[in-house]
Every structure is written in structure tokens, then in C-alpha cells.
Design a protein around this ligand. Sequence first.
Ligand SMILES: Cc1cc2nc3c(=O)[nH]c(=O)nc-3n(C[C@H](O)[C@H](O)[C@H](O)COP(=O)(O)O)c2cc1C
Length: 416
Amino acid sequence: MTSPTALTAAPEIDPALYREVLGHYPTGVTVVTALVEDEPIGMVVGTFTAVSLDPPLVAFMPTTGSGTYARLAGATAYCINVLAHDQQDLCRTMATPGDDKFAGVAWHRSDIGAPVLDDAVAQVHCTPEQEIEAGDHYIVLCRVQGLEVARPVTPLLFFQGGYGGFSPAGMAARGDADLIAALRLTDTARHEVERLARRLRCEAAVLVGVGPDELTTAFSAYGGTAEMVEALGQRIPLIPPIGEAYVAGAAPEVVEHWLSKVNPKDPELVEQYRTRLASVERRGAGISFLGGDGPVEYEQLGAALREYGTGELTPAREREFRSLLANTACFFQDRDLVPTEDYRVGGIVVPVRNPEGDISMVLRVTQLPEEATGAQVEAWIATVQQSARAVERQLSAGGRDALRDYRAWYDADFPM
Ligand SMILES: Cc1cc2nc3c(=O)[nH]c(=O)nc-3n(C[C@H](O)[C@H](O)[C@H](O)COP(=O)(O)O)c2cc1C
């Protein structure tokens, strides 16, 4: 513990340096609200912090010169509203001095009588307990009276004087410019994708790797009654069982990286995925089946993948997403196709290799006709494989430049 004497004897700290260095530490953004004589008051506060669990205490630190805090200090109940990534405008309104901060702002009164801002991520309902003077700020210690997560989305962050959002480590969305080399490469598959959609009366797409953790839909085409359900540029996680055609037969470190994401970390499940990869590699295609008696509906998986694609998953939501994926292994089980039996196929994925033999993209067909015999499914697989071979021939002829650009971009960003 530092003694008060040591504090006084501390060297002079340049205020600019203090701001500069502490600006390297990011904070969330909250609005502390209260009703004072029935009038809503709000103050933007980045210094909100959890303090104690037992008893439940939180704190925030207003500057002693704040006119807004001078008014808040008279209140008996507060609501600490955690702002969401899309509430920057609200933050600006609340941080601008003036009397009409709440004009046009949607809010309602909490049980303890403080304004709850609509669309904020979470609320901490509390009452002031102690006001401690600390230099040019107060530390306002509050007792928690209630808590809620109203909207579990990613929060607004404040860092070095600017606003931003949160993206989970290793899963950051690629910038548009980064995708150009990937898109150029998949252009070689455009003709075959269109042909596949027409021939199989389905949705056909080409997927390309945009890092060790994701694929993206680079181009898609629609035949028959197939409709667009997945936006171009959709991010597809390389989390088992998703992405098997991209990983089966890839370099050992790619396979191990994919398997390391199996959740829950059940050795039996990992073995099941290994066997599945071996079979996809042997067959040169992966097939997923609709229906089944698994705990997750195929449609639910589609919806979760689309949510993942928005790039706004919080770590908590991502954990839920991974365990949902773990329950979808049932769609990806190996089945020997009996020529005369009927099957409901969810999708077929076939890898496309570059002239060096590495997997560089994946052709995928979905929304295939509802029911088909084993013989028909085998014919579909052969058709997709024919298209994949045609793209490979193009890659070794004209597509070499595109391939070189893509490799150069990928290796610079993701040396493995
Ligand atoms: C992101 C952000 C975080 C802030 N955090 C604090 C804070 O922790 N303490 C504080 O006193 N003021 C903080 N402010 C400034 C206040 O919200 C407010 O703008 C300032 O106190 C205005 O002075 P007034 O209260 O006299 O109107 C913050 C402002 C922004 C934009």
C-alpha cells in the first residue's frame, strides 16, 4: 500500500502524458441516469467499474467540476446504462451539455425510479452509498439493487479519443480491400458455378478462405426454384463440422487447427471428425443430410450461420454458437449411398485444388431437389466434381496470376 507521503513525493506528471498513456486503455461507455424532481438527467461515463460482489458495489468517477454530476448527486436512485455498439449518436447527445438531452430519446422508468435507456445492452440499478473525494474527481460508490441484460449485443468502446466496437480475437472480419485477391481468384470458378446451378436446379456457390478461421461466399448462382438466402461475402466459420471440404486433405497444421475448435473438447467427438475428414478426402466430397433425429434442425443451423455472418457475435453468443455446432454433427455423419434408396440432401461440398495440390476453394451446392435416390445423389456429386476439375484446369492455365496474388495476400496476413 502506498502511504500518503509517498503520494505527495511522487514526481510531477505531465497531464498530456497522463492522458496519452491512459488513452491506451480502452473503456466501455455508460450513461448514468437519474430522475431529479421528475426530470431525467444523464451523464456519459467511461469510468464505470465493478467493485465488490459481497456486498454488491459498483462505482463511477465524475469530475468535481461537472455540472451534470452536481445535479445527479441529489438523486436517490441511479440507472447505469451500458451502451451498445450502434448507440454512438445517443452517446454524443448525452455527452453534449444542454437541458434537452432526453428530447427524442426512448426511455422508461426503472423499479427504483431512474431512466432506463431503450436499446442499451445492460442496466445496473443502484443507489449511491458513498462519495469519496479523489483529486479532481469523486469516486461514487453505489450499492447494486438490480441488474439486467436487456440486449445482448456487442458494446460501444472508447479508445484513444475515438469510438469503436468489439470483435472476438482471431475472428475479426476482413476489410473489403483484403477480399479483393480472394474474389479475383474465385472469378475463375464463376462460369462453372453458374453451370452447376442451372444443371442441378439448385444454389451453387464458391467459398474461399479468408484466414485460418473463416471462409467467405465469393460468388453464387441460382437455378430452378433456388432462392438467395445467403448474402455474398457471408462469413462462414471454420469450426467443425463446418468447412470440412476445405480442411479434409489440407496440411496437418490446418487440420489440427480446425479440430482444436471442436466444442465440447470431447476426444470421441474429435475422433469422429477425424474419421469424417478421412472419408471426405477419400470420396473427394462432403455430403450433409437434411432431417435426421438430431437435436438441432438444419434450418436452425442456417439461421445461426447467418447470425455468425453479421460479425456481431459477443463472446458469450459465440460460445453458444459453438455448442450449437457441436450438436449438428448428425447432419454430417457418413452414410453409404444405396442406389435405390431415397435421401434428403442438405448440401454437397467439393474441394478445388491449385496446381501445387493445395485446396484453394470449395464448390458448394445447396437447395437441391427435395428427395433423390442414392444413384441420383452420386450423379450430383460427380457433376460437382467435374466442375471442380474444370476450375482446376483453369487455375493451372489462366488463373496463375490470381492465385499468386491471393497467396501473397494470405501469407502476408496469416503466416502459418
Ligand atoms: C466516452 C466518454 C466518457 C466519459 N467519461 C467521463 C467520466 O468517467 N467522468 C466524467 O466526469 N466525465 C466523463 N465524460 C464527460 C461527461 O460525459 C460530460 O460530457 C462532461 O462531464 C460535461 O460536463 P458537464 O457535466 O459540466 O456538462 C465522458 C465523456 C465521454 C464522451
